[in-house]
Design a protein around this ligand. Structure first.
Ligand code: IPE
Ligand code: IPE
Ligand code: MG
Length: 256
């Protein structure tokens, strides 16, 4: 096993979310059909899932298929679901052995039935895993997830006795972040600098990292570099920076 400079203890249970973008361009640049980029992208998923716990990542959410991706040509969508199903089928035992707990987020009612069955199998098989909580977003739209949470929470509420805004906000937050919590670090590969309807609520205070690296080329060292960069960022959540021991010592020395 490759030795890493990071440990879970030093990082805490960091939640990383990744918009895995750039498969198509990676393939086109090589004169290959776009599907070959998606195939190479699956290999990257394997590598990153394997490496994540070594760099202290306990929760990982991967954007695999957005609800807007239905707008792509039918052949590409079919190829994506074929690859997805193959990944789930071939990887399930390995994920279980590695202690990965896999869950799929997003709508299931529009997915091919064979894919839904495969998802259910993997979720059952890996339910006890506790080394990495892996979520894969398929037919996922954050605005859709927020709307559904709101509809669920307010159905049955009478207009004369509405939930207080404060309570509603807490409940929406619980609905959306109950499983994996807020996102700490959001990475997008492929050079674009946008969120494309991914984890909008959950990323309210996420550190954003955009890289030009295409997803098939993203490797363990890129993940380590991203986590290192995250560790250098000063997170304030609207407050003032918490003084570090080093800065306290420096201030005291200046005062002497
Ligand atoms: C990301 O790669 C994978 C999916 C959206 C399913 P793309 O297919 O978007 O690749 P580019 O952005 O066209 O290069
Ligand atoms: C976002 O990538 C969705 C996934 C990576 C699954 P897209 O390639 O679909 O996003 P846009 O269209 O460039 O915003
Ligand atoms: Mg793209």
């Amino acid at each position: 096993m490759q030795k890493s400079i990071f440990t879970s203890e030093s990082l805490g249970a960091v939640h990383v979310a990744i918009i895995m973008d750039g498969n198509g361009r990676w393939a086109t640049k090589r004169g290959l059909p776009r599907v070959e980029g998606h195939r190479a992208g699956v290999a990257t998923v394997r590598r990153i899932v394997e490496h994540a716990p070594r760099v202290g990542i306990k929760r990982l959410t991967l954007y695999a298929f957005s609800s807007d991706n239905w707008r792509r040509p039918r052949k590409e969508v079919e190829a994506l679901f074929w690859l997805l199903r193959a990944y789930l089928r071939l990887e399930s035992q390995r994920l279980r052995q590695r202690g990965v707990c896999l869950k799929v987020i997003g709508r299931r009612d529009r997915l091919p039935r064979v894919v839904v069955r495969e998802i259910e199998k993997v979720e059952t098989l890996t339910a006890q895993g506790d080394s990495l909580h892996l979520r894969v977003a398929i037919d996922y739209s954050s605005r859709d997830a927020i709307t559904r949470a709101l509809a669920k929470l307010t159905s049955g509420c009478s207009l004369s006795e509405p939930l207080s805004i404060e309570l509603l906000r807490h409940r929406i937050s619980d609905e959306l972040t109950g499983q994996s919590g807020e996102v700490d670090l959001l990475i997008r590969t492929g050079g674009e600098k946008r969120l494309s309807d991914f984890l909008l609520w959950e990323s309210a205070y996420a550190e954003l990292l955009f890289t030009d690296r295409m997803w098939p080329d993203f490797d363990a060292s890129d993940l380590e570099a991203a986590v290192e960069e995250f560790r250098r960022r000063s997170r304030r959540f609207g407050a003032l920076p918490v003084p570090t021991t080093a800065s306290l010592v420096a201030t005291r020395e200046r005062a002497q």
